[in-house]
Ligand binder design. Structure first.
Ligand code: SF4
Length: 257
């Protein structure tokens, strides 16, 4: 099942799933006789769809067996379709509503692959927009390295242009701004944009869009001390024996100053 396009929000799809008249009969509900076991298969622990936590590592083989048994439970579940629609839906920030575990009869990896395939299929940008020299250079550079200055150097352009092209590639491939470099490269490869290019993997946390360049802090200019303004002197000539203007109206002089 294709997770896109989606006519309802993830939240609406979740409500449809939990408000389904058969929700309480779902396979992964707790067994009434033993809440730590699964109603759809009482020989399975209630957490079988999601696996052990980070403190209990799981081997590849155990994981595969556990997931297959969880999928068996899903296949007999009366709300499987609604569950899959919700779990495979896309949140406003471009992620899967349920990125981990078995949901609606599908593994996490299957849902992610379906999401990538759907994105590639609906991306409006035609192939030719990726065929510019700069985009191809940045993509090939990004496959080798990820530090902004290094990517720019390998791509043969300035950092600003390379960063701009990185964000353009993310936008044109229909990916969220927060997408990782590895995900961008996976989608680009699906799209046929990385044929014959070897990707140097990172640990999965490197962003595809370059982080903002940090400029050295600008020192505040020293405070300018303005000279005190002195009251203007009257240009009126005072004749001997004559009262001056200031002696007659001292308050007007102070207000003007
Ligand atoms: S489809 Fe699977 S994960 Fe979804 S409610 Fe049913 S048993 Fe649980």
């Amino acid at each position: 099942m294709n997770p896109m396009p989606q006519d309802k929000t993830s939240e609406q799809l979740r409500r449809e799933w939990v408000e389904h008249p058969h929700f309480k009969y779902r396979g992964c509900a707790p067994d009434p006789d033993d809440p730590l076991r699964m109603a759809g298969d009482p020989s399975l622990h209630i957490g079988a769809h999601h696996g052990p936590d980070a403190f209990a590592p799981e081997g590849q083989r155990e994981r595969r067996v556990r997931e297959e048994r969880a999928i068996e439970v899903c296949l007999g579940c009366p709300v499987m379709v609604a569950c899959d629609r919700y779990a495979s839906s896309v949140t406003p920030d471009g992620r899967l509503a349920e990125p981990e575990g078995v949901w609606g009869g599908r593994r996490s990896l299957e849902r992610h692959k379906a999401l990538i395939a759907a994105r590639v299929a609906v991306t409006a940008a035609p192939d030719r927009v990726f065929q510019t020299v700069q985009k191809q250079a940045v993509l090939a550079a990004l496959a080798q390295c990820w530090e902004p200055f290094e990517v720019a150097a390998v791509a043969g352009m300035d950092v600003r242009t390379a960063n701009w092209q990185r964000s353009q590639l993310v936008r044109l491939l229909g990916l969220p701004k927060s997408v990782s470099r590895m995900r961008l490269l996976a989608v680009a490869r699906e799209r046929g944009l990385l044929a014959g290019v070897r990707v140097v993997p990172d640990d999965g946390t490197v962003p595809a869009v370059a982080p903002p360049t940090r400029l050295p802090p600008v020192e505040a200019p020293a405070a300018v001390v303005l000279p005190l303004r002195r009251p203007r002197r009257s240009h009126t000539a005072v004749m001997p024996g004559q009262l001056s203007f200031e002696s007659l109206f001292p308050s007007s002089l102070g207000a003007a100053a």
